[in-house]
Design a protein around this ligand. Structure first.
Ligand code: MF3
Ligand code: CO
Length: 237
C-alpha cells in the first residue's frame, strides 16, 4: 500500500506544473495515465463502475467525479484532481484542489480551509478514536469558517479494494462509529462548498456539482492508523 500511495503522490508531482491556463483536462489525464503506467501501476478509477478516465477533474462548482474532456482550464479556475492507483494488488487514493493561475481570495480561503480540515481529520485518525471523531473535526473546521460539508459522498476504508468498510463521513457528532484500530487504512476526503451542502449530478451520470453553483474544494489522503501519528501514504516524505 505504501508503494501504491507513493505512486499517487508522485503522479501529482508529475502533473502539477501542467495545471495552468489553456491545458485541457484530457491532456492532464493523459499525463497522469502515462506516468502511472510507467511506474508499473494501473489507474484505479478507469473502469470502476464504468468510469472512463484515470483521474477526476472537477472545475469550480463541480464537486467530484468531473470527467476529463477537451475543456481548457482558464485563469481563475480551481480544479480538484482526484487520482487512484492500483499497484501489486493494493490501492492508493488522493485528491488536491489546484488554483489555475491567480484565483479570488474567496477561492483561496475555501481551498485552504478544506486542506486544513483534511489535516485536522487525519490528526484524529489514531488508535482508540472512533470514525466519527475524524468527521467531527472536519465538519467543525469547515463550518466554523462559514462553509458547508458535502453529505452525499464520504471517505472510505481502502486496501485490496478501492472502497472498503468503514465509510468515513465528513460530518457528524464525535465518538460514534467503529473504533479505529492499528493497521486500518482509510481514505479521508472532505468536500467543502462555499455555499450550501446540496449537490446534484449532471446528465453524464458522474459529475457532481453544487446545487447553488457555488465553488467547491476537495482534498484527500490515504492514511494508516498506527499506535502513534497516522502514516500518510499519499504524501512524499
Ligand atoms: N476518490 C473518489 C472515491 O474514492 C474517487 C472515485 S472516482 C471513481 O470515491 F471513478 F472511481 F468512481
Ligand atoms: Co476516495
Amino acid at each position: 500500500m505504501a508503494e501504491a500511495g507513493r505512486i499517487v503522490a508522485e503522479t501529482f508531482e508529475a502533473i502539477k506544473d501542467s495545471i495552468a491556463p489553456d491545458v485541457s483536462t484530457e491532456e492532464l489525464d493523459r499525463l497522469a495515465s502515462d506516468f502511472i503506467l510507467k511506474k508499473g501501476g494501473e489507474p484505479a478509477f478507469k473502469g470502476y463502475r464504468g468510469y472512463p478516465a484515470t483521474m477526476c477533474s472537477s472545475i469550480n462548482e463541480q464537486v467530484v467525479h468531473g470527467i476529463p474532456s477537451g475543456r481548457r482550464l482558464k485563469q481563475g479556475d480551481i480544479v480538484s484532481v482526484d487520482l487512484g492507483v492500483r499497484y501489486k494488488g493494493f490501492y492508493g487514493d488522493a485528491a488536491v484542489t489546484y488554483a489555475v493561475g491567480g484565483v479570488s481570495p474567496a477561492a483561496r480561503t475555501l481551498m485552504r480551509t478544506t486542506e486544513e480540515a483534511l489535516w485536522l481529520g487525519i490528526a484524529q485518525a489514531v488508535e482508540g478514536n472512533r470514525v466519527s471523531d475524524i468527521a467531527h473535526a472536519i465538519q467543525k473546521h469547515a463550518e466554523g469558517r462559514g462553509f458547508s460539508i458535502v453529505r452525499s459522498f464520504v471517505g472510505h476504508g481502502i486496501g485490496r479494494s478501492l472502497h472498503e468498510e468503514p465509510q468515513v463521513p465528513n460530518f457528524g457528532p464525535p465518538g460514534k462509529g467503529p473504533r479505529l484500530l492499528k493497521g486500518m487504512a482509510l481514505a479521508i476526503e472532505p468536500m467543502v462548498n462555499a455555499g450550501g451542502w446540496q449537490v446534484k449530478i449532471l446528465d453524464d451520470g458522474w459529475t457532481a456539482v453544487t446545487a447553488d453553483g457555488s465553488l467547491s474544494a476537495h482534498y484527500e489522503h490515504t492514511i494508516v492508523v498506527t499506535g502513534a501519528e497516522p502514516l500518510v501514504l499519499t504524501k512524499l516524505p
